[in-house]
Design a protein around this ligand. Structure first.
Ligand SMILES: Cc1cc2nc3c(=O)[nH]c(=O)nc-3n(C[C@H](O)[C@H](O)[C@H](O)COP(=O)(O)OP(=O)(O)OC[C@H]3O[C@@H](n4cnc5c(N)ncnc54)[C@H](O)[C@@H]3O)c2cc1C
Length: 411
């Protein structure tokens, strides 16, 4: 349980001051302007050529990320909106947003690499886990002791996830034995546990699947990195060979795996939506303006126009997200319309990629070590991937057509 004062009896103002004071004690203030970091991996003290996260570099960064989470947890800032019975602070989401705003003013490791763990798997455990599971996993996840990945996609099952073939069979002792292959598993090389969906029966589609939390360090789990065109290797193939999983690590009832998967996917689209309009991320307006100035393109009318168009798209995504947040606050569970967030993210990342390529020109491909230049290559080359991750744009457009607009099914 977080030790600091809990409950809604703390005002937003006092809470913000508390967060600011904690961060100021533990982290340096963020630099501004030309000293600001451009993208993950770029140093702020010296000009350093950006390197796409490679598995070893990411693994090196892990202790600082775990320490960041552990410190926040101890200070009562680790799970601001979480239920108090599982160690959360029980505060409204406005307090979480205030924390994020304040933390942008400091050089903190941040939670970027924990989006899957905290933004997708933890809410799934909260929704579908038993009491024991919630008490066991959630504090460990929010305090950085356990990092989780999402083991859904397979070589033969992506958009059509329900056709997956990874099997879980119960042995005589009641232990489940998992065998099969998963693919595109972001962060599997850093994860301690994975939410996995397996086929457990010969029942009709959607009733034959069960969800588990598998120990990624268990015997029989093999993680192999996949090299991307950005040069990085942030996702993996995962092979499971007769991996033992106790029944206590089953999420929800046997046969309810599809329902569990839908919860994770809805949270994934929500989490992606939160990044579709920028904030402190790669789409931050301030950071882009700095790039334009640094490239000497601030007076170029073509660049100014493209920048304006990009900002309008980011603003539209922000307002869409605000409408959905207001509905969620009023108690409406997220519906199929969250797919709009994900489409906004992939559209905005594609716009960003071409905008940056236009601003930088040949500098985007020449690895000279100059600040704010070649570093952006991974953003430009990584943009197309957003059209696939979290459900492809085509499939999500079908969802919107049928379930939001009420149009007939595509043939
Ligand atoms: C950056 C990134 C991170 C990812 N991280 C993870 C992760 O952590 N865990 C995980 O489990 N998976 C992850 N994935 C995998 C992702 O979920 C799949 O790529 C996605 O579900 C699509 O599956 P697929 O790649 O097999 O493509 P397919 O489903 O084979 O689709 C191929 C093409 O056909 C189109 N298509 C398919 N069905 C239809 C249809 N019914 N109507 C119209 N068009 C259709 C698709 O739009 C696509 O263009 C990640 C992917 C990316 C790019």
């Amino acid at each position: 349980m977080s030790p600091a004062s809990t409950g809604p009896d703390i005002s937003l103002e006092d809470f913000t001051a508390e967060a600011e004071s904690y961060l100021a004690q533990h982290y340096p203030r963020a630099r501004r302007g030309a000293e600001q970091r451009f993208v993950w991996g770029e140093g702020s003290d010296e000009v350093r050529v950006f390197q796409e996260p490679d598995p070893d570099v990411e693994a090196d960064a892990l202790p600082a990320i775990r320490a960041w989470r552990a410190g926040l947890w101890e200070a009562g800032l680790g799970w601001i909106t979480g239920p108090t019975e599982y160690g959360g602070r029980g505060l409204p989401s406005a307090y979480q947003r205030a924390f994020e705003r304040v933390s942008r003013g400091f050089e903190v490791p941040g939670d970027g690499s924990l989006t899957v763990s905290l933004g997708m798997i933890a809410p799934t455990i909260l929704a579908h886990g038993g009491e024991e599971q919630k008490r066991h996993y959630l504090p460990k996840m929010f305090s950085g002791e356990l990092i989780s990945c999402q083991l859904f996609s397979e070589p033969g099952a992506g958009s059509d996830l329900a056709s997956l073939s990874c099997k879980a069979v119960r042995d005589d002792s009641g232990t489940w034995r998992l065998t099969g292959q998963k693919v595109w598993t972001s962060g599997a090389h850093l994860a301690d546990i994975g939410e996995i969906i397996c086929r457990t029966a010969d029942e009709p589609r959607h009733r034959n699947l069960t969800a588990f939390l598998v120990d990624m360090h268990a015997e029989g789990v093999q993680v192999r990195p996949l090299r991307q065109m950005t040069g990085g290797a942030s996702f993996n193939e995962v092979f499971l060979d007769d991996v033992p999983v106790p029944d206590s690590a089953r999420l929800d009832e046997e046969g309810n795996g599809w329902k569990v998967a839908l919860t994770t996917l809805a949270n994934e689209r929500g989490a992606m939506g939160a990044s579709s309009f920028g904030g402190a991320g790669i789409l931050s307006t301030e950071r882009l303006a700095e790039l334009v100035r640094h490239a000497g393109a601030a007076d170029d009318p073509v660049v100014r126009r493209a920048f304006g168009e990009l900002l309008v798209s980011l603003r539209a995504a922000r307002y869409t997200q605000q409408v959905m947040s207001a509905r969620a606050k009023a108690g409406d569970a997220p519906g199929p319309e969250v797919a709009l967030n994900k489409i906004a993210l992939s559209d905005n990342m594609a716009r960003l990629g071409s905008f940056v390529a236009e601003v930088l020109g040949p500098k985007a491909v020449a690895d000279t070590g100059e600040w704010g230049s070649y570093a952006w290559t991974s953003v430009i080359l990584g943009a197309p991937g957003y059209r696939l991750g979290g459900g492809t744009d085509e499939v999500l457009k079908n969802t919107i057509a049928q379930r939001v607009l009420g149009l007939p099914r595509a043939r």
